[in-house]
Design a protein around this ligand. Structure first.
Ligand code: FES
Length: 98
């Protein structure tokens, strides 16, 4: 069963998904969908409340940026990556593999 529907996701507007006890930040960029752990690796902030530019998401609390594709921390103060989860898009069905 799908976790989300592609047609409900707006490009550049992240959403929070709780799945199997994990908080996931799901972001559509164009026709691609990316899923990373929602908790910033710097401190306890929800990345799904951050701003997206291209393939980057910026933590709203202290401004660290992460690559949505790899989870890599691009700018300080975060220096640890966040986990990335595989996303399956099948027609309108979006499934996060956790
Ligand atoms: S909590 Fe995200 S940058 Fe500090």
């Amino acid at each position: 069963m799908a976790d989300l529907q592609l047609s409900n996701l707006v490009s550049g507007k992240p959403v929070l998904l709780e799945k199997n006890g994990v908080s996931v930040c799901v972001t559509r960029v164009g026709d691609e969908v990316f899923a990373i752990n929602d908790v910033c690796s710097h401190s306890d902030a929800s990345l799904s409340e951050g701003d997206v530019t291209d393939f980057k998401i910026e933590c709203w609390l202290h401004g660290a940026e992460f690559d949505l594709r790899t989870g890599e921390a691009i700018t300080l103060p975060a220096n640890m990556p966040v986990a990335v989860y595989a996303v399956k898009v099948d027609g309108d069905s979006v499934t996060i593999e956790i």
